[in-house]
Write a protein that binds this ligand. Sequence first.
Ligand code: GLY
Length: 369
Amino acid sequence: MSDNTNRVTIDVLGERPYAVVIGRDLARDVASFLAPGTRQVAVIHQPSTSAAALDVAAALGGAQFIVTLIPVPDGEGAKTASIAERCWSVLGQAAFTRSDAIVGVGGGATTDLAGFVAATWLRGVQVVHVPTTLLAMVDAAVGGKTGINTAEGKNLVGSFHEPTGVLCDLDHLQTLPPADLAAGLAEVVKVGFTSDPSILELIHENPRAALDPSSCVLSELVERAISVKATVVAADLRESASDGIGREVLNYGHTFAHAIEQVENYTWRHGDAVAVGIVFEAHLANVCGLLADDVVDTHYEILRSIELPTVYHGADVDRLIEVMKVDKKSRGDVLRFVVIEGIGKPTVLAGPTREQLVAAYAALGRDAS
Ligand code: GLY
């Protein structure tokens, strides 16, 4: 819903409803998400978002909160047990209580860590997310997934801990490197294919505007992607739906994407891997007779129009299959993929044969028709 301040608020319903506010110049709004009685706030941020964190800290300080800044490394370097321990130690020294709060300012890795620290400190304190990348706005910061990595893999330790509010300040996107903005759009395109075809139309008609952080097209794309995510997580927070696809729908493209990320030692941007992942999973559905050629072609057309990768042949297919088998989304050693049977028609494909996987991998990079 849009109000007279040019902000859009999307409510995430569920056990503990919260608002996602999308707009510009929002630093002062953080305080409005804190419960009455909050005294101290720890702002967890990465070095590259120090300016945004200082704005948030100044606004909170002006509203009489006691603020502690906790800098953490950029990117996945923040999501370790030792960084979480460092945060717990700062909270302990500042005598943080159950009624105090954490604010995560940064990309998805920072908000994942901030959420995890909030989930675990005193068995759970309030957290507000201020995502500064497109990927974090449309995916990581909304929906309550928190976690850190271990030597064995990504997000292996974590919990569901919903924020009390999320502030998507589109001004942060002005300084985001263009390749990171495009990578964030991969998650938006994913939602277009699974759930909201008007996203694909918007990008098809305005690919340049989709890549322009000051455009109304990009803000509409953000709003649409978050609306879908809000509806999905409100219905199935813990990805445990017994009826229908539930939260698993958000994994379109992700089984193959995670395999690329792992074999490439996490040197790929997550969004770039997701772009290739949805193309692979479209080919897989096509090979299995579930998806028409022209919809596979639409994947290439949309992703290429916004400069996202659509091909990967950097590893042997059997190596990728092995990696996918240990992905969190697999059950036993049965591979599971979210695929689509048409635009807006997601479903789960369990146990494709090796031949089908090999054929989809061979087709990757090649328009179907
Ligand atoms: N990023 C997928 C999810 O939130 O479930």
